[in-house]
Design a protein around this ligand. Structure first.
Ligand SMILES: Cc1cc2nc3c(=O)[nH]c(=O)nc-3n(C[C@H](O)[C@H](O)[C@H](O)COP(=O)(O)O)c2cc1C
Length: 221
């Protein structure tokens, strides 16, 4: 074997029926994930967030540049500043720029301009994509958004596995997030992930239960 290579691990040879059963069990569990927009202030141990970020860090990435940084907010001051800035941006959107069709659709899905959960939930993770290794590096990292998107998917999956509630949220206003999270210019905020326990009165909008069937999302050639 080439000295730069290592044996493939883990090498568990399962019968196909066992593989299918494992995949189906996972699929059934992950299909119960839904966005939560009412959180309780019940604390979540930092160790859980650390583990979810470690899982995210195992994601594949373009040229293995691992172009992600996760800024984790828990202090009341940071969360309040975030809420104020995000709500201001959203009022702009809901006030007209987003268009009335979009507003209707988003409201049906439970999204509102007021975001109390940004202060109530114990943790807010801001996922940044590193467009290059440093501010002075000439070479751009390849496929940053794709890589960060996959990493965030693993993060959400790990948190769901731990029976925590999450909400993916758009990362605007972008410049403000760099300032708030003290991140350099060559990093761009990609998404916010709100993490916590659901409030006792949390709900899932019926529209969110509507998922496209397999024959609409896959074709076989
Ligand atoms: C990139 C991205 C951005 C999102 N932004 C918001 C947002 O700003 N506000 C919000 O309430 N939900 C947001 N969502 C959540 C979606 O509305 C939600 O995932 C979708 O309606 C499906 O519902 P489910 O997550 O419960 O399955 C976002 C989701 C993604 C993937």
């Amino acid at each position: 074997m080439n000295v730069n290579m290592r044996p493939w691990t883990p090498d568990i040879d399962l019968p196909d029926h066992e593989r299918i059963a494992r995949a189906a069990a996972f699929c059934e569990h992950i299909a119960t994930r839904h966005s939560c927009r009412r959180f309780s202030s019940r604390p979540v141990p930092r160790a859980l967030i650390e583990t979810a970020i470690a899982a995210a860090g195992s994601a594949p990435s373009g040229a293995n540049r691992q172009p992600w940084h996760f800024a984790v907010l828990s202090s009341p001051g940071a969360k309040t500043a975030l809420r104020v800035a995000v709500e201001e941006e959203e009022r702009h959107f809901y006030g007209g720029i987003g268009g009335s069709e979009w507003q209707g659709l988003l409201q049906e899905l439970g999204a509102k301009a007021e975001k109390p959960y940004l202060e109530i939930a114990p943790w807010i993770i801001v996922a940044f994509g590193q467009t290059r290794a440093s501010d002075t590096d000439r070479f751009p990292n390849p496929h940053v958004t794709e890589s960060v998107g996959i990493a965030c998917g693993l993060l959400l999956t790990t948190l769901h596995q731990a029976s925590l509630a999450t909400l993916v949220h758009t990362a605007t206003p972008a410049r403000f997030l760099n300032r708030l999270c003290r991140r350099p210019e060559h990093e761009k905020p990609i998404m916010l992930i709100v993490v916590g326990h659901p409030a006792p009165d949390a709900t899932v909008p019926a529209a969110a239960l509507d998922r496209k069937p397999l024959d609409q999302i896959a074709s076989w050639l």
